[in-house]
Design a protein around this ligand. Structure first.
Ligand code: SAM
Length: 265
């Protein structure tokens, strides 16, 4: 309709299946006085459904060519602010200061090439988002929701499980998009944990899990050679594990305890 040329480099695969759009928005269960952050509205197919249900929305789109499309598509809605900016460079905390809300949600059909940096930013910026519903590449979703001991379980699983309870909403076939991407997708929901275990140092925790998963096939003894292995061993033994355990068999809360005990030293 708009003669728009999709940019692969910006992950521009737009949703065409209305049923999936509804499933994404319904996965939020909106509460009163909410604010939704949307990343990458594209032509606004998901945005319109969000705006019907939310109180206010703050939307980031990197591609200014979409300004014309979005101003037409969203013309009847007044409850949003659209910022043409790279979300990764946005002053999210500053932008949020202009709002009063009781519940903060994030909804997005994400540009897949920056899924992990986007999740990192949401956490690093400390914005206290309560629920996140995102469409991501299926393979990546499987890593986010992986069970301890599975081959998909890794650094990102541990990191996200510390902050969120994560579940899969639905798998989405490539035919639900224009243009059709090469990979299948999944919609996942992340709900912030209210009573997280305290971390003495978040930076230390991040480094510890990065080091623990450096060589996936190796034991924790090998991956954490430079750490105090007596302390590591003591914590692992509490959970029936040893230094010969591989990181993929260690639950996130054990990493939290390891991080805190090693930090005290
Ligand atoms: N939400 C639309 C939908 O569901 O049809 C479009 C989703 S499309 C997968 C990803 C969108 O994110 C595109 O509109 C793209 O231009 C935008 N985008 C890509 N990188 C971005 C970034 N760094 N910051 C903000 N938006 C970005």
């Amino acid at each position: 309709m708009y003669n728009f040329e999709y940019k692969k480099s910006l992950g521009q695969n737009f949703l065409k299946d209305k049923n999936i759009v509804n499933k994404i928005v319904d996965a939020i269960s909106f509460e009163d006085n909410n604010l939704v952050i949307e990343i990458g509205p594209g032509s606004g197919v998901l945005t319109k459904e969000i705006l019907k249900k939310c109180d206010q929305a703050l939307i980031y789109e990197i591609d200014t060519r979409l300004e014309k499309v979005l101003s037409k598509e969203l013309i009847i809605y007044k409850n949003y602010k659209l910022i043409f900016e790279d979300f990764l460079k946005a002053d999210l905390k500053g932008d949020l200061k202009q709002y009063h809300y009781d519940h903060l949600y994030l909804i997005a059909n994400l540009p897949y090439y920056i899924t992990t940096p986007i999740m990192g930013k949401i956490i690093d910026d400390g914005i206290n988002v309560e629920k996140v519903v995102i469409m991501i590449q299926k393979e990546v979703a499987d890593r986010f929701i992986a069970e301890v001991g599975s081959k998909e379980y890794g650094q990102i699983t541990v990191f996200l499980n510390y902050f969120f309870n994560i579940d899969k909403v639905i798998n989405v076939n490539k035919n639900s998009f224009v243009p059709k991407p090469k990979v299948d997708s999944s919609v996942i929901r992340l709900i912030a944990k209210k009573d997280r275990e305290e971390l003495i140092s978040f930076e230390y925790f991040k480094k510890l899990i990065k080091d623990s998963f450096r060589f996936k096939r190796k034991t924790i003894r090998n991956n954490l050679k430079e750490y105090d292995l007596d302390v590591v061993n003591k914590v692992l033994n509490k959970y029936g594990l040893t230094l010969d355990t591989r990181s993929e068999c260690i639950a996130y809360y054990v990493f939290v305890e390891l991080s805190n005990e090693l930090c005290k030293k």
